[in-house]
Structure formats: C-alpha cells, structure tokens
Write a protein that binds this ligand. Structure first.
Ligand code: AMP
Ligand code: MG
Length: 408
C-alpha cells in the first residue's frame, strides 16, 4: 500500500495551472490572487483627523488645563471630503471632522470633548480645556497602514470580503486572479436514484454528487458537468470525453474503483488511470490519472465518507494548487479525545469527528457517529465538524490521548 503522502505527490505532480485573468474587484470574491497586488495609493492617503474637533498648533494648547483654558479663534471649517488647507496662525484653530485632511500647519487635534462648548457654538471661538496627550495627537498619518506601491496582498491569497476591502482601500480596481478550476463530477452505481424518488428494493438516494460538487465549489471550483452513470457499459469514458469538451481541468468519479465485480470506472478507464491502494481508512482504493492534455482523473471510492475523506486528502489540495493558493492544506491542531475508539491496523484513520467546545478552554474530540468509523454513515458525516487523524501505528485511541484534528 502507498502512503497518503506518496499518493498526494503523484497527484500534485500532474497539476497544471491555467493563465491568470484580470477581473474587477466586484468579480473577484472567492478567487485567488495570481500576482502581488500593489497599492495604487497609500492608506491613509493623506494626514487626517481621527476625531471630530479642532485642528490646532500644538504649541498653542500644550499647556491647556481646566484651571487655565486656552481660547483660540476658529478660522475655517473642514468637513470630510473638503480640499481646504487653511493657514492657521498662532492663536487660531480650524473646526475639523473625522477623516478630513488636517491643515498642513496643524500638528494636533483637540476633540470636541476637550473643549468648553463642544459642537454647539464651535464656529467662532473654541475654549480648549485639556491639552492633547502629545504633539500629533489624533492625527492619522498618511501611509501608516501601507505606502503607495507596497504589496497589499501577495500572490496566492484567497480573496474574501476583508481582502477585497483592503485592496479597494488601496485604490486597486482590478486584480490578476487564477481562473476557477472547471470540474466534472460523475457518480457511478446502478443503485443510485435522485433524492426524493420513491425507492425500489436495492435503490438508494444518490448523495456523492451533491457532496463532491459542493466541496469542489467550496474549494473555488466551477462545476461544468454533473452526471450519474450506471455500472454497465462505458459511461465513465463517455463522461471523460464530455468533460474534455467542456474544458474541464479535472473529473471526479465516485464509486466503481474497488475490488468488486462491477467496478465500472476501473473497467471503463483501465488504460487512462492507475488503480491503487492507499494506507488510509476510509479511502483505501484510489484511482488517479491525467489525460495527455492535463485533465486530472480522480476515481474516489463510493462510500460517502470515503468519498468525502478522499476529496479532502487528494482532490482539494490539487484544486488549491491549480489556483496557486499559498496553503493547500487545512489547519490542524491537537485536541484530547473525549472517549476511546478503535482504529484500523496499518492504515491512517480519518474519522469524522465533533469537537466539543462546551468548555472553550479545553476542547475535546469524539467520533461524529455512534457507529464508529463506518464509511457508509453519510448522515453522521453531516454532523461532523472535523476529521480526527490517527497515525497508522496507533492501535486504539484512549480518552485523554492527544489527537490531531483537521477542522472543516
Ligand atoms: P462502490 O465504491 O461503488 O463499491 O460503492 C460503495 C458503496 O457506496 C455502496 O454501498 C454504494 O451504494 C455507495 N455509493 C456509491 N456511490 C454513491 C453515491 N453517489 N451516493 C450514495 N452512495 C453511493
Ligand atoms: Mg458502485
């Protein structure tokens, strides 16, 4: 049997990246930056006030205190958006609002709270009752967040809402991004019918299609084909041809790759893919290949938990690598087991698990399904928020053992 790492290396070696696209920020959510994004303008763009109050000369107000207030003449009013840069002579001040550019000669802001009159009656004179804490107090300096032309976000960054807002604030309108990987999802099995269809004896609702399409979408992919093929005939090879026509970067089969009598992916694509065993549970039988023009062919086992785990371990890293993502693995950490459970000898276990955060300072992990590690327990998978990863050498997990978990 191969290790997970050996199989993943074989997969990643076949990953190809498509040329980047340039898109407006509004179309970039969920995409990955393909080149460093540099600030078009500094953040902040100009020195500006952090408070509503008065722009002053520090020397005028440095000694202000309730028992000896300082009176200044108000010579200008500067709302946000104003282009004014009034001259302020000694003994003068300008009323200023948060975000407005500070006058060039001002070197401190006195907030309304530190004046006698506050906002009311603030356009003639101001009586300063408290000195600002220091020169430049309440002035946000230009470039404090980032200088113009500096790198805002590096290539490989996933663009979520906060990242897009950072780019927008630095004046960036367009970004180079990796195109979404185009993925075909093909479920195999003559027993499969659409959910909601009345079930004849032997039939089950098809669930891997929606699982794998959703996981692929969550990894940034666009689904270009979704289909179910039965266990007779050449459906998988036909699906590969169809996926190629749609420009797919990868096709993901589930089912039909193990050691039974009707393994349709194995039979239909035996020349295009390699079928192997990986030392993991679930997910031991794996098929993988690549067409001459670089389309990846994944043959995942059909049990829903096996398909989900195999996607996490092999397909998701490949999809993220295609997009040039800076990290292709989910974060992992160690959490004590809440209960004991059995593990398969000689294979690394990926157990759908629940992290119990009842005591936030001491989280624990337990199997998501009462039935243990059964790879057919698709409903239990729906309650999982992590996979517990137990090394091949470990024979059993005892309560209190530190377990590596991959949070989903
Ligand atoms: P296979 O890998 O084809 O032998 O399938 C293993 C088990 O997973 C069988 O019990 C199948 O019925 C089940 N299975 C395979 N594909 C799906 C699917 N798309 N949806 C739900 N169950 C499936
Ligand atoms: Mg099958």
């Amino acid at each position: 049997m191969r290790t997970v790492e050996e199989q993943l290396e074989i997969v990643l070696a076949e990953v190809r990246r498509r040329p980047p696209l340039t898109v407006p920020l509004d179309e970039a959510h969920g995409l990955t930056l393909a080149s460093d994004a540099r600030a078009a303008s500094a953040v902040p763009v100009f020195d500006n006030s952090a408070m509503d109050g008065f722009a002053v000369r520090w020397a005028d107000v440095a000694g202000a205190a309730p028992e000896h207030p300082v009176t200044l003449r108000v010579v200008a009013d500067i709302p946000a958006g104003s282009a004014l840069d009034p001259a302020i002579a000694p003994g003068e001040a300008a009323r200023i609002m948060t975000g407005a550019p500070t006058p060039t000669v001002a070197d401190a802001i006195v907030p309304f709270e530190d004046t006698a009159g506050g906002l009311a009656d603030s356009l003639a004179t101001v009586v300063v009752q408290r000195a600002p804490s220091a020169q430049h107090a309440h002035i946000r300096r230009a470039g404090a967040d980032i200088a113009a032309d500096a790198v805002v976000l590096a290539a490989g960054t996933l663009l979520g809402a906060r990242q897009l807002a950072a780019l927008a604030s630095a004046g960036i309108a367009h970004v180079d991004v990796a195109p979404r990987p185009r993925i075909a999802i093909v479920s195999t099995g003559s027993e499969l019918v659409a959910p909601g269809t009345p079930l004849q004896r032997g039939q089950i609702p098809e669930s891997n299609g929606i699982l794998l399409a959703g996981l692929a979408a969550e990894a940034g992919a666009e689904i270009v084909l979704r289909r179910v093929v039965d266990d007779e005939g050449d459906g998988p090879a036909e699906a590969v041809a169809d996926a190629r026509e749609r420009g797919a970067d990868a096709i993901v089969f589930s089912g039909g790759v193990s050691a039974g009598a009707y393994e349709v992916v194995k039979q239909s694509l035996e020349d295009a893919m390699e079928f192997t065993k990986v030392a993991m549970q679930p997910g031991k039988p794996q098929g993988f290949g690549a067409t001459a023009d670089g389309m990846l062919l994944f043959g995942l086992p059909g049990n829903p938990v096996s398909a989900a785990v195999s996607f996490e371990v092999f397909v998701r890293p490949a999809l993220l690598r295609m997009q040039g993502r800076d990290t292709i693995h989910r974060p992992r950490r160690h959490v004590p087991a809440a209960v004991e459970w059995r593990t398969p000898p000689g294979r690394r276990q990926y157990l759908p698990a629940v992290i119990d955060r009842t005591d936030p300072a001491r989280p624990t992990v337990r199997p998501a399904t009462a039935g243990g590690s059964g790879s057919h327990l698709s409903v239990g998978l729906g309650g999982a928020d992590a996979y517990a990863i137990v090394p091949a050498e470990t024979e059993r997990v005892s309560a209190g053992d530190l377990i590596e978990v991959m949070e989903l």
